[in-house]
Design a protein around this ligand. Structure first.
Ligand SMILES: *Cc1c(COP(=O)(O)O)cnc(C)c1O
Length: 416
Protein backbone atom coordinates (compact mmCIF):
# COMPACT_ATOMS: atom_id res chain seq x y z
CA UNK A 1 0.00 0.00 0.00
CA UNK A 2 2.80 2.45 0.82
CA UNK A 3 4.14 1.95 -2.71
CA UNK A 4 0.80 3.23 -4.04
CA UNK A 5 1.49 6.38 -2.04
CA UNK A 6 5.04 6.65 -3.39
CA UNK A 7 6.52 6.20 0.06
CA UNK A 8 9.86 4.41 -0.11
CA UNK A 9 10.54 1.11 1.71
CA UNK A 10 13.47 2.72 3.48
CA UNK A 11 11.20 5.39 4.94
CA UNK A 12 8.63 2.79 6.03
CA UNK A 13 11.42 0.99 7.88
CA UNK A 14 12.70 4.19 9.51
CA UNK A 15 9.20 5.14 10.60
CA UNK A 16 8.67 1.72 12.17
CA UNK A 17 11.91 2.17 14.10
CA UNK A 18 10.83 5.59 15.31
CA UNK A 19 7.44 4.21 16.28
CA UNK A 20 9.06 1.47 18.37
CA UNK A 21 11.21 4.02 20.15
CA UNK A 22 8.22 6.12 21.27
CA UNK A 23 6.05 3.38 22.79
CA UNK A 24 6.58 4.67 26.32
CA UNK A 25 5.32 8.13 25.25
CA UNK A 26 2.33 6.53 23.53
CA UNK A 27 1.43 4.66 26.71
CA UNK A 28 1.51 7.90 28.70
CA UNK A 29 -0.68 9.61 26.10
CA UNK A 30 -3.16 6.71 26.34
CA UNK A 31 -3.33 7.10 30.12
CA UNK A 32 -4.16 10.79 29.85
CA UNK A 33 -6.75 9.96 27.19
CA UNK A 34 -8.39 7.43 29.49
CA UNK A 35 -8.50 9.94 32.35
CA UNK A 36 -10.06 12.64 30.19
CA UNK A 37 -12.55 10.15 28.73
CA UNK A 38 -13.69 9.40 32.29
CA UNK A 39 -14.03 13.13 32.91
CA UNK A 40 -16.22 13.58 29.83
CA UNK A 41 -18.36 10.52 30.51
CA UNK A 42 -18.91 11.54 34.13
CA UNK A 43 -20.16 14.96 32.98
CA UNK A 44 -22.52 13.35 30.43
CA UNK A 45 -23.90 11.15 33.21
CA UNK A 46 -24.22 13.96 35.74
CA UNK A 47 -26.40 15.97 33.36
CA UNK A 48 -28.20 12.91 32.00
CA UNK A 49 -27.49 13.68 28.37
CA UNK A 50 -30.35 12.32 26.24
CA UNK A 51 -31.65 12.62 22.73
CA UNK A 52 -33.66 15.70 23.79
CA UNK A 53 -30.35 17.56 24.05
CA UNK A 54 -29.78 17.06 20.33
CA UNK A 55 -32.62 19.53 19.77
CA UNK A 56 -32.25 22.52 17.47
CA UNK A 57 -33.58 26.05 17.77
CA UNK A 58 -33.90 28.85 15.23
CA UNK A 59 -34.49 32.60 15.40
CA UNK A 60 -33.81 33.99 18.88
CA UNK A 61 -33.04 30.55 20.22
CA UNK A 62 -34.92 30.93 23.50
CA UNK A 63 -35.21 27.93 25.83
CA UNK A 64 -32.65 25.77 24.09
CA UNK A 65 -32.30 22.93 26.56
CA UNK A 66 -29.49 21.26 24.60
CA UNK A 67 -27.40 24.44 24.45
CA UNK A 68 -27.87 25.20 28.15
CA UNK A 69 -26.99 21.63 29.16
CA UNK A 70 -23.94 21.52 26.87
CA UNK A 71 -22.63 24.58 28.70
CA UNK A 72 -23.04 22.78 32.02
CA UNK A 73 -21.22 19.73 30.64
CA UNK A 74 -18.30 21.84 29.39
CA UNK A 75 -18.08 23.65 32.73
CA UNK A 76 -18.01 20.31 34.53
CA UNK A 77 -15.33 18.83 32.25
CA UNK A 78 -13.16 21.95 32.51
CA UNK A 79 -13.56 22.22 36.28
CA UNK A 80 -15.02 25.70 36.04
CA UNK A 81 -18.08 27.33 37.53
CA UNK A 82 -19.69 28.19 34.21
CA UNK A 83 -19.13 28.10 30.45
CA UNK A 84 -20.42 29.66 27.28
CA UNK A 85 -20.26 27.28 24.30
CA UNK A 86 -21.57 28.79 21.12
CA UNK A 87 -21.56 28.43 17.37
CA UNK A 88 -21.95 32.21 17.25
CA UNK A 89 -18.27 32.44 18.08
CA UNK A 90 -16.64 32.35 14.63
CA UNK A 91 -13.25 31.22 15.88
CA UNK A 92 -10.81 31.32 18.77
CA UNK A 93 -9.80 34.84 17.83
CA UNK A 94 -13.43 35.95 17.95
CA UNK A 95 -14.00 34.36 21.36
CA UNK A 96 -10.82 35.99 22.71
CA UNK A 97 -11.97 39.32 21.26
CA UNK A 98 -15.45 39.09 22.79
CA UNK A 99 -13.92 38.10 26.14
CA UNK A 100 -11.43 40.98 26.18
CA UNK A 101 -14.10 43.52 25.20
CA UNK A 102 -16.40 42.04 27.86
CA UNK A 103 -13.88 42.34 30.68
CA UNK A 104 -12.14 45.63 29.84
CA UNK A 105 -13.48 49.19 30.06
CA UNK A 106 -11.95 52.51 28.90
CA UNK A 107 -8.94 53.35 31.04
CA UNK A 108 -8.40 49.71 32.09
CA UNK A 109 -5.04 48.05 31.67
CA UNK A 110 -4.48 44.68 29.94
CA UNK A 111 -1.19 42.93 30.65
CA UNK A 112 0.17 39.96 28.71
CA UNK A 113 2.76 38.01 30.71
CA UNK A 114 3.67 35.63 27.88
CA UNK A 115 5.08 38.29 25.57
CA UNK A 116 3.35 39.36 22.40
CA UNK A 117 0.06 37.49 21.94
CA UNK A 118 -1.00 35.45 18.91
CA UNK A 119 -0.70 37.36 15.60
CA UNK A 120 -4.44 37.74 15.00
CA UNK A 121 -4.78 39.66 18.29
CA UNK A 122 -2.49 42.49 17.13
CA UNK A 123 -5.37 44.47 15.66
CA UNK A 124 -7.77 43.44 18.43
CA UNK A 125 -5.50 44.92 21.10
CA UNK A 126 -4.22 47.77 18.94
CA UNK A 127 -0.58 46.67 18.77
CA UNK A 128 -1.25 47.15 15.08
CA UNK A 129 -3.46 50.15 14.28
CA UNK A 130 -7.15 49.39 13.82
CA UNK A 131 -10.05 51.82 14.30
CA UNK A 132 -12.01 49.18 16.26
CA UNK A 133 -9.23 47.94 18.55
CA UNK A 134 -9.34 47.91 22.36
CA UNK A 135 -6.82 50.76 22.19
CA UNK A 136 -9.27 52.86 20.16
CA UNK A 137 -11.67 52.53 23.12
CA UNK A 138 -8.99 53.73 25.54
CA UNK A 139 -7.94 50.33 26.87
CA UNK A 140 -4.23 50.33 27.69
CA UNK A 141 -1.93 47.42 26.96
CA UNK A 142 1.45 46.30 28.21
CA UNK A 143 3.44 43.07 28.04
CA UNK A 144 6.13 41.25 29.94
CA UNK A 145 8.22 38.81 27.93
CA UNK A 146 9.08 35.30 29.05
CA UNK A 147 12.63 34.58 30.12
CA UNK A 148 14.11 31.16 29.31
CA UNK A 149 10.62 29.88 28.43
CA UNK A 150 9.28 30.73 31.87
CA UNK A 151 7.48 33.67 33.43
CA UNK A 152 9.51 36.67 34.53
CA UNK A 153 8.14 36.33 38.07
CA UNK A 154 10.09 39.24 39.56
CA UNK A 155 9.03 41.67 36.85
CA UNK A 156 5.40 40.54 37.05
CA UNK A 157 5.25 41.05 40.83
CA UNK A 158 6.92 44.47 40.66
CA UNK A 159 4.59 45.49 37.84
CA UNK A 160 1.49 44.46 39.78
CA UNK A 161 2.69 46.34 42.87
CA UNK A 162 3.09 49.53 40.84
CA UNK A 163 0.13 49.32 38.44
CA UNK A 164 -3.58 48.57 38.68
CA UNK A 165 -4.01 45.81 36.09
CA UNK A 166 -7.56 44.71 35.17
CA UNK A 167 -6.80 41.61 33.10
CA UNK A 168 -3.69 39.45 32.84
CA UNK A 169 -3.51 37.36 29.69
CA UNK A 170 -1.56 34.12 29.55
CA UNK A 171 -1.25 32.44 26.17
CA UNK A 172 -0.20 28.84 26.69
CA UNK A 173 0.48 27.71 23.14
CA UNK A 174 3.46 29.26 21.39
CA UNK A 175 1.68 30.61 18.30
CA UNK A 176 4.21 31.45 15.58
CA UNK A 177 6.99 32.12 18.08
CA UNK A 178 10.06 30.07 18.92
CA UNK A 179 9.34 29.81 22.63
CA UNK A 180 8.08 26.69 24.37
CA UNK A 181 4.44 26.32 25.31
CA UNK A 182 3.37 26.91 28.90
CA UNK A 183 2.63 23.85 31.05
CA UNK A 184 -0.23 23.68 33.54
CA UNK A 185 2.32 23.60 36.38
CA UNK A 186 3.75 26.92 35.20
CA UNK A 187 0.23 28.39 35.01
CA UNK A 188 -0.52 27.21 38.55
CA UNK A 189 2.73 28.61 39.93
CA UNK A 190 2.39 32.05 38.35
CA UNK A 191 -1.24 32.41 39.46
CA UNK A 192 -0.22 31.64 43.07
CA UNK A 193 2.45 34.36 42.87
CA UNK A 194 0.01 36.83 41.28
CA UNK A 195 -2.54 36.21 44.05
CA UNK A 196 0.04 37.05 46.71
CA UNK A 197 0.08 40.66 45.49
CA UNK A 198 -3.25 41.13 43.69
CA UNK A 199 -6.50 39.35 44.56
CA UNK A 200 -8.66 41.29 42.09
CA UNK A 201 -6.86 41.04 38.79
CA UNK A 202 -8.66 38.76 36.33
CA UNK A 203 -6.39 36.00 35.03
CA UNK A 204 -7.45 35.03 31.54
CA UNK A 205 -5.98 32.10 29.63
CA UNK A 206 -5.74 31.58 25.89
CA UNK A 207 -6.02 27.79 26.12
CA UNK A 208 -6.04 27.09 22.36
CA UNK A 209 -4.40 23.73 21.49
CA UNK A 210 -3.92 22.78 25.16
CA UNK A 211 -7.18 21.12 26.24
CA UNK A 212 -6.90 17.43 27.19
CA UNK A 213 -3.13 17.36 26.58
CA UNK A 214 -2.83 16.84 30.33
CA UNK A 215 -5.26 15.94 33.08
CA UNK A 216 -5.90 19.47 34.39
CA UNK A 217 -7.18 22.64 32.78
CA UNK A 218 -6.27 26.21 33.83
CA UNK A 219 -9.61 26.87 35.57
CA UNK A 220 -8.76 23.94 37.86
CA UNK A 221 -5.57 25.64 39.01
CA UNK A 222 -6.84 29.13 39.72
CA UNK A 223 -7.44 30.85 36.36
CA UNK A 224 -10.54 33.06 36.34
CA UNK A 225 -11.51 32.57 32.72
CA UNK A 226 -10.18 30.73 29.67
CA UNK A 227 -10.91 30.56 25.98
CA UNK A 228 -10.50 27.93 23.28
CA UNK A 229 -11.62 27.12 19.75
CA UNK A 230 -13.92 24.23 18.85
CA UNK A 231 -12.18 23.66 15.54
CA UNK A 232 -9.24 22.70 17.73
CA UNK A 233 -9.04 20.23 20.62
CA UNK A 234 -12.46 20.23 22.31
CA UNK A 235 -14.41 20.06 19.05
CA UNK A 236 -12.92 16.61 18.47
CA UNK A 237 -12.93 17.21 14.71
CA UNK A 238 -16.72 16.97 14.77
CA UNK A 239 -17.80 20.49 15.76
CA UNK A 240 -18.16 22.45 12.49
CA UNK A 241 -17.30 25.82 14.14
CA UNK A 242 -17.59 27.64 17.44
CA UNK A 243 -15.60 28.28 20.57
CA UNK A 244 -15.96 28.09 24.34
CA UNK A 245 -15.27 30.45 27.20
CA UNK A 246 -15.18 28.93 30.68
CA UNK A 247 -14.69 30.41 34.12
CA UNK A 248 -16.38 32.28 36.96
CA UNK A 249 -20.11 32.81 36.49
CA UNK A 250 -20.03 36.63 36.79
CA UNK A 251 -17.35 36.86 34.09
CA UNK A 252 -19.15 34.41 31.78
CA UNK A 253 -22.30 36.54 32.09
CA UNK A 254 -20.30 39.59 30.97
CA UNK A 255 -18.99 37.67 27.96
CA UNK A 256 -22.52 36.54 27.05
CA UNK A 257 -23.83 40.12 27.22
CA UNK A 258 -21.07 41.17 24.84
CA UNK A 259 -21.53 38.22 22.46
CA UNK A 260 -25.24 38.92 21.99
CA UNK A 261 -26.71 42.09 23.51
CA UNK A 262 -26.81 43.64 26.98
CA UNK A 263 -30.04 42.43 28.53
CA UNK A 264 -30.28 39.35 26.32
CA UNK A 265 -26.96 37.68 27.09
CA UNK A 266 -26.94 33.91 27.10
CA UNK A 267 -30.72 33.57 26.82
CA UNK A 268 -30.51 33.96 23.04
CA UNK A 269 -28.48 32.16 20.39
CA UNK A 270 -30.11 29.63 18.09
CA UNK A 271 -28.24 26.34 17.82
CA UNK A 272 -29.32 25.53 14.24
CA UNK A 273 -28.66 21.81 14.57
CA UNK A 274 -25.23 22.04 16.17
CA UNK A 275 -25.97 20.56 19.63
CA UNK A 276 -25.39 16.92 18.79
CA UNK A 277 -22.15 17.79 16.99
CA UNK A 278 -20.81 19.70 20.01
CA UNK A 279 -21.63 16.77 22.30
CA UNK A 280 -20.22 14.18 19.95
CA UNK A 281 -17.12 16.32 19.39
CA UNK A 282 -16.49 16.62 23.12
CA UNK A 283 -17.02 12.86 23.47
CA UNK A 284 -14.34 12.15 20.83
CA UNK A 285 -12.01 14.94 21.95
CA UNK A 286 -9.83 12.96 24.41
CA UNK A 287 -9.07 10.34 21.72
CA UNK A 288 -8.57 12.88 18.93
CA UNK A 289 -6.17 14.89 21.09
CA UNK A 290 -4.34 11.63 21.86
CA UNK A 291 -4.05 10.84 18.12
CA UNK A 292 -2.73 14.34 17.49
CA UNK A 293 -0.17 13.94 20.26
CA UNK A 294 0.99 10.56 18.92
CA UNK A 295 1.32 12.02 15.43
CA UNK A 296 3.40 14.87 16.86
CA UNK A 297 5.61 12.54 18.93
CA UNK A 298 6.24 10.27 15.93
CA UNK A 299 7.12 13.24 13.71
CA UNK A 300 9.43 14.60 16.39
CA UNK A 301 11.35 11.32 16.68
CA UNK A 302 11.49 10.59 12.95
CA UNK A 303 12.67 14.07 11.98
CA UNK A 304 15.16 14.20 14.84
CA UNK A 305 16.57 10.86 13.63
CA UNK A 306 16.95 12.46 10.21
CA UNK A 307 19.02 15.29 11.68
CA UNK A 308 16.42 18.05 11.97
CA UNK A 309 15.97 20.31 14.94
CA UNK A 310 12.60 19.68 16.58
CA UNK A 311 10.66 21.21 19.47
CA UNK A 312 9.36 19.58 21.58
CA UNK A 313 11.58 16.50 21.44
CA UNK A 314 9.75 13.17 21.50
CA UNK A 315 10.36 12.60 25.23
CA UNK A 316 9.58 16.16 26.37
CA UNK A 317 6.51 16.92 28.47
CA UNK A 318 3.96 18.51 26.13
CA UNK A 319 1.67 21.42 26.89
CA UNK A 320 -0.08 21.54 23.51
CA UNK A 321 -0.52 19.52 20.31
CA UNK A 322 1.86 21.62 18.19
CA UNK A 323 5.09 20.13 16.81
CA UNK A 324 7.79 22.44 15.49
CA UNK A 325 10.34 21.36 12.92
CA UNK A 326 13.09 23.86 12.24
CA UNK A 327 14.07 23.51 8.58
CA UNK A 328 16.40 26.51 8.18
CA UNK A 329 15.51 26.26 4.50
CA UNK A 330 12.53 27.81 2.77
CA UNK A 331 12.14 25.08 0.15
CA UNK A 332 12.13 22.31 2.75
CA UNK A 333 9.42 24.04 4.78
CA UNK A 334 7.29 24.38 1.65
CA UNK A 335 7.87 20.78 0.54
CA UNK A 336 7.01 19.41 3.98
CA UNK A 337 3.73 21.36 4.04
CA UNK A 338 2.95 20.20 0.52
CA UNK A 339 3.47 16.58 1.59
CA UNK A 340 0.99 17.02 4.47
CA UNK A 341 -1.54 18.36 1.97
CA UNK A 342 -0.92 15.44 -0.42
CA UNK A 343 -1.83 12.93 2.30
CA UNK A 344 -4.98 14.81 3.34
CA UNK A 345 -8.46 13.38 2.73
CA UNK A 346 -9.77 16.64 1.23
CA UNK A 347 -8.08 18.74 -1.49
CA UNK A 348 -5.16 16.32 -1.72
CA UNK A 349 -4.68 17.44 -5.34
CA UNK A 350 -4.12 21.08 -4.33
CA UNK A 351 -0.55 22.29 -3.88
CA UNK A 352 -0.27 24.89 -1.12
CA UNK A 353 1.86 27.98 -1.73
CA UNK A 354 2.98 30.81 0.52
CA UNK A 355 0.72 33.88 0.36
CA UNK A 356 0.02 37.23 2.05
CA UNK A 357 -2.66 36.27 4.56
CA UNK A 358 -4.68 39.03 6.23
CA UNK A 359 -3.47 39.66 9.77
CA UNK A 360 0.09 38.34 9.25
CA UNK A 361 3.24 40.32 8.48
CA UNK A 362 5.19 37.63 6.60
CA UNK A 363 3.88 35.35 3.91
CA UNK A 364 2.42 32.16 5.36
CA UNK A 365 2.08 28.67 3.91
CA UNK A 366 -0.75 26.49 5.19
CA UNK A 367 -1.52 22.86 4.49
CA UNK A 368 -4.99 21.89 5.65
CA UNK A 369 -6.90 19.29 3.68
CA UNK A 370 -9.70 19.32 6.19
CA UNK A 371 -13.38 18.45 6.45
CA UNK A 372 -13.88 21.72 8.35
CA UNK A 373 -12.33 24.84 6.84
CA UNK A 374 -9.28 25.93 8.84
CA UNK A 375 -9.67 23.11 11.34
CA UNK A 376 -6.33 22.48 12.98
CA UNK A 377 -7.35 19.52 15.10
CA UNK A 378 -7.27 17.80 11.71
CA UNK A 379 -3.72 17.16 10.48
CA UNK A 380 -2.42 20.51 9.32
CA UNK A 381 0.90 22.23 8.97
CA UNK A 382 1.79 25.86 8.49
CA UNK A 383 4.57 28.33 8.89
CA UNK A 384 5.56 31.91 8.19
CA UNK A 385 8.07 32.31 5.38
CA UNK A 386 10.84 33.77 7.51
CA UNK A 387 14.07 32.41 8.97
CA UNK A 388 14.58 29.94 10.55
CA UNK A 389 11.70 28.47 8.47
CA UNK A 390 9.81 26.57 11.15
CA UNK A 391 6.92 24.25 10.36
CA UNK A 392 4.10 24.25 12.93
CA UNK A 393 2.38 20.91 12.57
CA UNK A 394 -0.67 19.89 14.59
CA UNK A 395 -3.71 17.67 14.63
CA UNK A 396 -4.54 14.22 13.35
CA UNK A 397 -8.06 12.84 13.74
CA UNK A 398 -6.69 9.31 13.95
CA UNK A 399 -3.12 8.15 14.50
CA UNK A 400 -2.87 6.04 11.30
CA UNK A 401 -3.88 9.02 9.15
CA UNK A 402 -1.50 11.22 11.11
CA UNK A 403 1.35 8.76 10.60
CA UNK A 404 0.67 8.50 6.86
CA UNK A 405 0.65 12.31 6.63
CA UNK A 406 4.01 12.59 8.38
CA UNK A 407 5.52 9.89 6.14
CA UNK A 408 4.27 11.56 2.98
CA UNK A 409 5.66 14.92 4.15
CA UNK A 410 9.04 13.37 4.95
CA UNK A 411 9.04 11.66 1.56
CA UNK A 412 8.53 15.06 -0.08
CA UNK A 413 11.52 16.37 1.87
CA UNK A 414 13.67 13.57 0.51
CA UNK A 415 12.55 14.16 -3.07
CA UNK A 416 14.92 16.90 -4.21
C1 LIG B 1 -5.48 29.12 17.00
C2 LIG B 1 -5.14 30.08 18.07
C3 LIG B 1 -5.87 31.24 18.30
C4 LIG B 1 -7.05 31.68 17.51
O1 LIG B 1 -7.44 30.88 16.60
P1 LIG B 1 -8.54 30.94 15.46
O2 LIG B 1 -7.80 30.51 14.28
O3 LIG B 1 -9.04 32.33 15.38
O4 LIG B 1 -9.57 29.99 15.93
C5 LIG B 1 -5.49 32.05 19.33
N1 LIG B 1 -4.44 31.74 20.11
C6 LIG B 1 -3.70 30.64 19.90
C7 LIG B 1 -2.54 30.36 20.80
C8 LIG B 1 -4.02 29.78 18.89
O5 LIG B 1 -3.30 28.68 18.71
Amino acid sequence: MYKNFRIADELVRKTEEAELAVQQQFREIDKVCEFNSLKVLQAFHKYQISEVHFNSTTGYGYNDIGRDTIEKVFAEVLGSEDALVRGQFISGTHALTVTLFALLRPGDLLLSITGKPYDTLDEVIGIKENASSLKSFGVKYDQIDLIDDDFDYEKIITYLKNNKVKVIEIQRSKGYSTRKSITIEQVEKVIKKIREVDQDVIVMIDNCYCEFVGTKEPTEVGADIMVGSLIKNLGGGIAPNGAYVAGHNDLIELVAERLTAPGEGREVGPTLGINKLFLQGLFFAPSVVASSLKTAVLASKLLEDMGYEVEPKYHDVRADIVQNIVFRDKEKLIRYCQGIQMASPIDSHAIPEAWDMPGYTDQVIMAAGCFTQGSSIELSCDGPIRAPYIAYMQGGLTYPYGKIGVMKAVQQLLQE
